[in-house]
Design a protein around this ligand. Structure first.
Ligand SMILES: O=C[C@H](O)COP(=O)(O)O
Length: 250
């Protein structure tokens, strides 16, 4: 477990994860995901530490992933718990990831606990993504509920949490403190400018206690995925300002 966690996070304890698991549920092809292998290769060259991928692509693109970490997403299109863990191990994954729906679906919370137990038994890091109330409850995205949801997911046995940015570093710090395990934030919908995209990430990393990002849409929907990753790498691993990150991306 320790060796795999170090592999995912790297020597500075931070993680730049490119999320490409959307192919398991998106209802239309997106160029950056049609060109899945190229998006991976460009991201690796730009400094990505890890990828989030469904099992099918995790197997298919092993060449492109190179020495980066691959965390297999088993939210959908994959068997849960023991079968998913065995499959992830069989393909050489560095971790496993699943959704959790605190305050909405007890079965999913219990499934998360089962998955955590199975993964822990074989030393496979488990990344849980709590979505309080489920996707329909956008009213449940307050900092307090995000913090509570993160803790529920951590209490199922997750080793890391991927969750929403609360919108400001102070309340994000409370999420991180309450979760008790490393927290990374997701990217969300496509932003109009790089400044708008990098700004909150810079805050979360430098003042919110967040140790990484899992970004999908803002990378693979960009005309220049490698550039977006380069800017993220500058913020996460080179202490760059937002302005420097924007320059690095261009
Ligand atoms: O696995 C998906 C994550 O939510 C990150 O992707 P996103 O940047 O599109 O939100």
């Amino acid at each position: 477990m320790k060796r795999r966690m170090k592999q995912i996070f790297g020597s500075d304890g931070r993680m730049l994860m490119v999320a490409m698991d959307h192919t398991a549920f998106l209802q239309e092809p997106v160029d950056g995901l049609v060109n899945y292998g190229k998006t991976i290769s460009d991201s690796v060259a730009a400094g990505a530490d890890a990828f989030l991928s469904p099992i099918g692509s995790a197997q298919r693109y092993d060449e492109e992933f190179g020495r980066s970490s691959v965390v297999v997403s088993v939210d959908t299109r994959a068997p849960f718990a023991s079968e998913a863990v065995a499959r992830a191990l069989a393909i050489g994954a560095d971790g496993i990831k699943a959704m959790v729906y605190p305050f909405a679906d007890e079965d999913w919370v219990n499934q998360s606990a089962a998955l955590a137990a199975q993964a822990s038994a074989v030393g496979l890091p488990y990344l849980a993504e709590p979505v309080p109330g489920g996707f329909s409850r956008s009213d449940m995205r307050t900092p307090e509920i995000i913090a509570a949801g993160a803790r529920v997911a951590a209490e199922t046995g997750a080793d890391m949490i991927k969750t929403f940015y609360t919108g400001d570093a102070k309340s994000m710090r409370r999420v991180v403190d309450y979760a008790g395990v490393p927290v990374i934030i997701l990217g969300g919908h496509a932003k109009d400018t790089l400044e708008e995209f990098y700004g909150p990430i810079w805050d979360a990393i430098n003042h919110g206690g967040v140790v990484g990002v899992a970004v999908g849409t803002n990378i693979w929907s960009s005309k220049n995925p490698g550039g977006v990753v380069r800017g993220l790498n500058a913020i996460l691993h080179e202490n760059a300002t937002v302005e420097q990150a924007v320059s690095a991306a261009k």
